[in-house]
Design a protein around this ligand. Structure first.
Ligand SMILES: NC(=O)c1ccc[n+]([C@@H]2O[C@H](COP(=O)([O-])OP(=O)(O)OC[C@H]3O[C@@H](n4cnc5c(N)ncnc54)[C@H](OP(=O)(O)O)[C@@H]3O)[C@@H](O)[C@H]2O)c1
Length: 369
């Protein structure tokens, strides 16, 4: 399906205003340090279900199928009242992958199947997802982790209904282009990593010692300058949360639930205690004054430096991406704006994290102030 595309995107599955969903990566048991007991992880799903959570997001890679298996076990006889979203890996055969997911989930359809990453051949995979939707295996299709340029292309190829990307207090790339694009096209926006992979859980007052199997050892915000910047914001946000009588994660989720264009906030949880706490977030909206205070502390903690004239000189011999960053480091531009402006060019996308890491390197070598 190409001509015009984005027709018949599926039944009206998504809520009209933002809701809290259940992110089921952690309950897969792998990639998050020592796993909680299986009974504990099942209890987390059961509590979410009991308290009215409808959307459950998983993937074949979460715990190598264990997340889907546990969801299948816990949600089985409640299938009709929940919505299950799963994914297809960027190098997997979509048909086989989805069939295996359905088996593990113990169901004959998912509500949403999403392309997990954009990689070579993604357009053909997306078209296969559409055929699987037409065959009744999925009620709707979506993509994750695409740039706005790629998402615009996806909209011209198939009737996608949803986009899933990272969004939390700190990681705001999507505000530049993706959220407005989703709003313009009536796409549901599923926010992942709403707690910055646990950093906004409040338990990391100093640099964490993460075990080898924990995927967070690879995340740049669990170390160095970015950890220090985020810690400043966490200190202020913890105070604001205490003033409201809620936990830090609850404040962070409330902040996200109040952002325009967000449809589902996928809060990851490994225990029933996490679920119970996270469900205090939708109880009340975030007041504007607190939202403004959070944004102000973010702006001051994340101000980019300005490149020196020596950096401009040296950048002449650097690659086009590095040169682009240096040209735009004027002490005023945000990392998200620089990354989005580069991505507009339609080449390899850039994200704010790359700008921040590069700006830190320039600072360290005296090429930015
Ligand atoms: N499409 C994609 O590429 C993609 C990528 C990532 C995630 N996702 C989806 O988004 C979901 C959410 O993201 P995520 O799980 O990576 O990260 P997250 O939701 O930002 O963080 C989850 C972690 O936060 C901590 N936590 C949660 N509630 C807490 C509470 N009330 N108090 C204290 N700590 C709390 C726990 O950390 P500890 O385990 O340290 O206690 C938990 O494992 C995933 O489960 C998955 O469904 C999708």
């Amino acid at each position: 399906m190409h001509t015009g595309a984005r027709e018949h995107s599926g039944p009206l599955l998504f809520p009209g205003s933002a809701v809290l969903g259940f992110g089921a990566w952690g309950i897969g048991g792998a990639g998050w340090g020592a796993p909680a007991e299986q009974t504990e992880r099942l209890a987390a799903i059961a509590l979410a279900l009991e308290r009215g959570v409808v959307w459950f997001d998983t993937a074949p890679t979460y715990g190598d199928g264990e997340s889907e298996r546990l969801l299948g076990l816990a949600l089985g006889r409640h299938r009709a009242k929940v919505r299950i979203a799963t994914k297809v890996g960027p190098r997997d055969d979509p048909r086989r992958s989805l069939e295996q997911s359905l088996q593990r989930l113990g169901t004959d359809y998912v509500d949403l199947v999403q392309l997990h990453e954009i990689a070579k051949g993604w357009e053909a995979r997306l078209e296969t997802l559409h055929r699987l939707q037409q065959g009744g295996k999925a009620r709707a299709i979506g993509v994750c982790n695409a740039s706005h340029v790629e998402l615009s292309r996806a909209l011209r190829l198939a009737p996608i209904a949803a986009y899933q990307g990272p969004y939390n207090l700190f990681d705001r790339d999507v505000e530049e282009r993706l959220l407005p694009l989703c709003q313009d096209h009536g796409l549901a926006f599923l926010a992942y990593r709403p707690l910055a992979s646990g950093l906004l859980g409040g338990g990391f007052s100093e640099l964490p010692r993460l075990s080898d199997g924990d995927h967070r050892t690879k995340l740049y915000w669990f170390r160095g300058a970015e950890f220090a910047r985020r810690s400043l914001v966490i200190a202020k946000s913890t105070e604001l949360a205490a003033g409201l009588g809620i936990s830090l994660p609850s404040l962070a989720l409330r902040w996200l639930l109040s952002r325009a264009g967000v449809t589902i906030v996928l809060a990851g949880a490994r225990t029933a205690a996490h679920v119970a706490d996270n469900l205090t977030a939708p109880v009340a909206p975030l007041d504007d004054a607190t939202g403004r205070e959070i944004d102000a502390v973010m702006r001051s903690a994340f101000r980019l430096p300005a490149a020196t004239s020596a950096a401009a000189e040296e950048a002449r011999s650097w690659g086009p991406r590095e040169r682009f960053i240096v040209e735009n480091l004027d002490g005023r531009a945000t990392p998200e704006a620089i990354a989005a402006a580069w991505t507009d060019r339609g080449e390899q996308p850039m994200v704010a994290a790359q700008v921040k890491v590069f700006a830190d390197q320039l600072l360290d070598s005296g090429l930015a102030v």
